[in-house]
Design a protein around this ligand. Structure first.
Ligand code: PLP
Length: 391
C-alpha cells in the first residue's frame, strides 16, 4: 500500500485554516520597535542589566549547561541558594527548582498522587496541571471554574484516602483569582492537599509580589504546596515547587521530571536570583504592574483586572486575530488567544501589563488600542453580522 501516512496532517491544517485557528511562529528581530503587551515579562526585568549580569556571572562560574540531572552533577550551590531564597520569599519552608514550571507541575502532582489518590482540578487550570492530572494515574474530577462547593462535594464523596486539589492562583487566560481561602478551608476539612500554581501571582500579587498565597495569609501552611515559574515576573526560565521540607525530600526521591531531567542551566539560575533580589529591593514593582493593568483595562473598556492580565473577549478567532494584527501594524504587540487555549466563542486579545511601561508608551497604547477596539466592535457588532462581541 503506497499511501502517505501523514496526509491527515494536511487535512487538519486545512480545517484549522478554515476556522481561523492556524498558529504561526513569529521571530522577534533585534531593535524591533514594538510595545510589548504580549509577553509575561511582568516586571520588565528580562533586559535588566543586573539580571543579565547574574546570568553571565553564573555561566562564567559554572559553565553553559548544568551538565547532568540534579541528582548527579546538575546541582550547583546557586541552585540551592535560589531554592532557599524563593522559599523564603513566598513564606514556604523549602524549595526545589525544576527545569520549567511545566516540569514542576508534572513532577509534584505525579509524585503526590498515584492510582490510590483522587485529584480535583479547576476547569480553568493551566495545561500543565491538566497534563499532570492525565499522567498522575489518579481518578480525576474537574470542577467548574472557581466552584468551591463542587470541590467540597468531590472530596467528601471520595473513596480514596488521599486527595489533591489543583488550581492556578491567577488564571492565565482571564487573569481572575482563585478563591484560595475558601478552597484551603474545604481542602483541609476533607484531609486533602492544596496545590496552587503561582505562575501569574508571583511578582504581581501579595506584599511586594510574594504571591496570592501570601496575600490571603496561607504562606507556610503544611498542607499547601506552591508551584512557580521563573519565566514570567522573574524574567528567565525554570520552575519551582515551594512547600515543606517533607514534600521537598519526597520530590527528590520520586518526582520523575526532577530525577530524569537535566538540571536548570546555571545562566537561568543566576538570572532568577538577580531578578528575585531586585524585586525584594524594589517591592513597589508589583503594585506598578497592577496599576498599569488597570489603565489598560480602562482603555479597552473591560472590567478592572485583578492581575497583570487584561482579557478582551472578541468572540470568533478571526476577529481576535485581525484585531491583534491591526494592533501590531501600529506598533503594539498583543497576545491573541484562540481555542483550544480558551473556550469556543471566546477568542480574545490578551494584554499583559508591565511594571516598566512608560507614560509615553501608555499614550500610544491608549491611541492604538482605543482605535482598534472601536473599529472591531463596530464591524462585528451583533446587529451587523449576528456574531456576539463581548468586551
Ligand atoms: C499558570 C501556568 N503554569 C505553568 C506554566 C508553565 O511554566 P513554564 O513556562 O515555566 O514551563 C505556565 C506558562 O508558561 C502558566 O501560565
Amino acid at each position: 500500500m503506497n499511501v502517505d501516512p501523514l496526509r491527515w496532517l494536511d487535512e487538519r491544517a486545512a480545517d484549522r485554516t478554515r476556522a481561523g485557528l492556524r498558529r504561526q511562529l513569529r521571530a522577534r528581530v533585534p531593535g524591533e520597535a514594538l510595545i510589548d503587551l504580549a509577553s509575561n515579562d511582568y516586571l520588565g526585568l528580562s533586559r535588566h542589566p543586573a539580571v543579565a549580569a547574574g546570568a553571565v556571572e553564573a555561566v562564567r562560574k559554572w559553565g553553559t549547561g548544568s551538565t547532568g540531572s540534579r541528582l548527579v552533577t546538575g546541582t550547583t550551590a546557586d541552585h540551592e541558594q535560589l531554592e532557599t531564597e524563593l522559599a523564603e520569599f513566598v513564606g514556604a519552608e523549602a524549595g526545589l527548582v525544576f527545569s520549567s514550571g511545566y516540569a514542576a507541575n508534572l513532577g509534584v502532582v505525579t509524585a503526590l498522587a498515584g492510582r490510590e489518590a483522587l485529584v480535583v482540578s479547576d476547569a480553568g487550570s493551566h495545561a500543565s496541571l491538566v497534563d499532570a492530572c492525565r499522567l498522575s494515574r489518579a481518578r480525576v474530577v474537574v470542577t467548574p471554574h472557581r466552584d468551591v462547593d463542587a470541590v467540597d462535594r468531590a472530596l467528601a464523596q471520595r473513596t480514596e484516602e488521599r486527595a489533591l486539589v489543583l488550581t492556578d492562583s491567577v488564571f492565565s487566560a482571564d487573569g481572575d483569582l482563585a478563591p484560595l481561602d475558601a478552597l484551603h478551608r474545604v481542602t483541609r476539612a476533607n484531609g486533602a492537599v492544596l496545590i496552587v500554581d503561582e505562575a501569574h501571582g508571583i511578582g504581581v500579587r501579595g506584599d511586594g509580589g510574594r504571591g496570592l498565597v501570601q496575600e490571603v495569609g496561607l504562606a507556610g501552611e503544611p498542607d499547601l504546596v506552591i508551584t512557580a515559574t521563573l519565566s514570567k515576573a522573574l524574567a528567565t526560565q525554570g520552575g519551582a515547587v515551594l512547600a515543606s521540607e517533607r514534600v521537598r525530600a519526597h520530590l527528590i526521591d520520586a518526582a520523575r521530571t526532577f530525577i530524569f531531567d537535566t538540571g536548570l542551566a546555571p545562566a537561568a539560575v543566576g538570572a532568577a536570583l538577580a531578578a528575585l533580589r531586585l524585586l525584594r529591593a524594589e517591592p513597589e514593582m508589583a503594585g506598578r504592574v497592577l496599576a498599569r493593568a488597570g489603565e489598560i483595562a480602562a482603555v479597552a473598556g473591560v472590567a478592572q483586572p485583578e492581575s497583570a492580565v487584561v482579557s478582551v473577549v472578541l468572540g470568533e478567532p478571526q476577529v481576535a486575530y485581525d484585531a491583534a494584527q491591526a494592533c501590531r501594524a501600529r506598533g503594539l504587540s498583543v497576545g491573541c488567544f484562540r481555542p483550544p487555549s480558551v473556550p469556543e466563542g471566546t477568542s480574545r486579545l490578551r494584554l499583559t501589563a508591565r511594571a516598566d511601561l512608560t507614560d509615553s508608551e501608555m499614550e500610544q497604547i491608549t491611541a492604538v488600542l482605543g482605535d482598534v477596539l472601536a473599529a472591531t466592535r463596530v464591524r462585528h457588532a451583533p446587529e451587523s453580522n449576528g456574531r456576539e462581541v463581548r468586551a
